[in-house]
Design a protein around this ligand. Structure first.
Ligand code: SF4
Length: 560
């Protein structure tokens, strides 16, 4: 292996020849700007690595990564590159031959970057962050990092409770990332020019609004080990971290180059964020609370973005993304505009444009919308009634009625849809068996509507998640249902629906729910658990079939 100023060549080819899906490690996607830079020129820049702690297929589909990459890359003096988590075969080979985790485009070892930023959106990705640092040869714990190690930062929705990751992240940033990222880069460029040491760089970052440096606060616990508060270890650090917010989405930068991945990723299409936040306030929903207030992009702004993304990438399939897309008043016009691009764009009259929405809110979905979406449909429609009885929907503040669900299903079937996906949540606070039976009755009624309409081949895919009390929601202190109780609830529903062959049920694994819950509300003590879990080989815990729950149990035991 030859290493020139951190640029690693040669051995890489050997790795590519010996791993599955090597395309995910080569970068150079369509739409990427890669400069020819000497090692000195690279060293003169602020080297910023962006990472999503999962594989390329998932990370490249993440919208935050798309936004942040295009912002960082556009800042003068910054060299921005990406790295994701290698799959197990590649990670094992890298370890065996001593090849450190490196960036995708410039093939610079992660350890040589000035700063590495993780997007943390899901608690079950935490072990992947440690796995990443381990593969990069960077000390896992902030307190053990040396002067030459990068500053490790993190942002994203999971950072609203940063404590389980407090031992590993030098600086967290809470809230919208666009302006924050620009300030981070500016601060670090100046810091690098001054020749600041690592501590001074972290201190400079701590002055950015929305930042939280865990090492400036000592966690305090009561006799039972429950974290009760913090003692400030520095005079001038804030008592409370203030979240960053973008006031006007139309003025916020939106990614329009959107690199086209080298192979099929989870969402390989153009994405336009039409709104941020949610007008509703379902009591279990963390996203609904932490992304407040609700903000929309204007229809004209969105149309411009769709067209630019199409011209830059060639994507003809678009996701109009938001927590509750059907709440956007211009949605119908936007769908018409996108589907009509084949008429308005010269030379594309044969192109088949399509629009997908992450999920459709039942009360704002209409027959008209169903028929617009059905023009170029590829998959089914997705709705999340969450609860089966009106009583339970009132408890969780889900502002839909049973009739809304039936009218929506009816409209979808009339528009030709033969697959409806429904999401329900079980184990909610104050839930009774009657509420669960009401879920089964609702699903049963949807299948009856399809039969009445003689909709041949109709099916319903139902996903049942289990309630996890999340911080910063009205249900944050609610008790979580235990394993036996959740199994009993699942069986009750399964038995009620087993006669419906057109209903396909999927239940979230309880072990996943339990782990998510522990990290969502847990304290700094979980840092020890994460270290033990990494040693036991835990990673990709969010993947079906990858969660090694006995290893996690052992990690909790060994961490005391
Ligand atoms: S409508 Fe959806 S995104 Fe909005 S608060 Fe309810 S569950 Fe959350």
């Amino acid at each position: 292996m030859k290493n020139t100023g951190g640029i690693i060549i040669n051995t890489f080819e050997y790795i590519l020849q010996n791993v599955s899906k090597p395309q995910q490690y080569i970068g150079c996607e369509y739409g990427l700007k890669k400069e020819e830079l000497s090692a000195d020129a690279i060293d003169g820049r602020l080297k910023f690595m962006l990472s999503f702690p999962d594989t390329y297929e998932i990370g490249m589909s993440n919208f935050a990564v798309k936004i942040l990459f295009e912002i960082a890359e556009s800042i003068e003096g910054v060299l921005c590159d990406r790295a994701f988590i290698p799959e197990d075969d590649c990670a094992a080979l890298m370890k065996k031959i001593g090849y450190p985790l490196s960036s995708l485009n410039y093939m610079i070892a992660a350890k040589k970057f000035d700063v590495i930023g993780f997007t943390l959106e899901y608690e079950l990705n935490y072990s992947n962050v440690l796995h990443f640092l381990d593969l990069a040869g960077i000390p896992l714990e902030s307190s053990k990092r040396a002067e030459c190690d990068p500053v490790i930062i993190a942002g994203g929705s999971a950072c609203v409770n940063p404590e389980p990751m407090a031992d590993f992240i030098d600086v967290f940033f809470v809230g919208d990332g666009e302006d924050t990222l620009r300030e981070i880069c500016e601060v670090l460029i100046e810091s690098k020019k001054r020749g600041d040491d690592r501590a001074a760089r972290i201190e400079a970052l701590s002055r950015i609004r929305g930042s939280y440096v865990p090492s400036y606060y000592q966690a305090e616990f009561d006799a039972s080990g429950v974290q009760t508060g913090f003692k400030k270890l520095k005079e001038d650090v804030p008592d409370r971290v203030k979240i960053r917010l973008i006031a006007n989405l139309d003025e916020a930068r939106h990614p329009v180059r959107q690199m086209v991945p080298n192979f099929e990723t989870v969402f390989n299409r153009g994405v336009v964020e039409i709104a941020r936040g949610c007008k509703n306030a379902c009591r279990f929903c963390q996203a609904g609370f932490i992304y407040r207030p609700y903000r929309e992009r204007s229809v004209e702004n969105i149309k411009g973005l769709i067209r630019s993304i199409f011209l830059n990438t060639g994507y003809t399939e678009f996701t109009l993304s938001s927590l509750s897309a059907t709440d956007h008043p211009g949605l119908g016009e936007l769908i018409d505009y996108t589907l009509g691009l084949s008429d308005t764009e010269e030379g594309f009259k044969d192109a088949l444009f399509s629009v997908s929405l992450p999920s459709q809110r039942i009360s704002t979905f209409s027959v008209e919308l169903a028929s617009k979406l059905s023009k170029n449909r590829k998959s089914g429609l997705t709705f999340a009634p969450e609860a089966g009885s009106q009583r339970m929907r009132d408890v969780i503040n889900k502002n839909v009625t049973e009739q809304d669900l039936y009218s929506t299903a009816s409209a979808a079937i009339d528009s030709g849809y033969r697959l409806i996906k429904l999401y329900f949540m079980i184990g909610l606070p104050f839930e009774t068996d009657e509420d669960l039976l009401a879920i089964a009755r609702s699903i049963s009624r949807v299948t009856a509507i399809a039969r009445e309409k003689k909709a041949r081949g109709f099916s319903v895919n139902v996903t049942f998640s289990t309630f996890v009390p999340k911080p910063h929601t009205p249900f944050q202190w609610a008790v979580q249902a235990g394993r036996d109780e959740v199994f009993r609830k699942q069986s009750l529903i399964r038995n009620e629906l087993k006669k419906h062959r057109e209903v396909c049920m999927k239940f979230t694994r309880f072990d996943t729910t339990l782990l998510e819950s522990a990290f969502a509300r847990g304290s700094r003590l979980l840092g020890k658990v994460l270290l033990a879990a990494l040693k036991a080989g835990c990673r990709f815990d969010a993947w079906d079939g990858k969660l090694d729950f006995p290893a996690w149990q052992e990690a909790f035991r060994s961490a005391g």
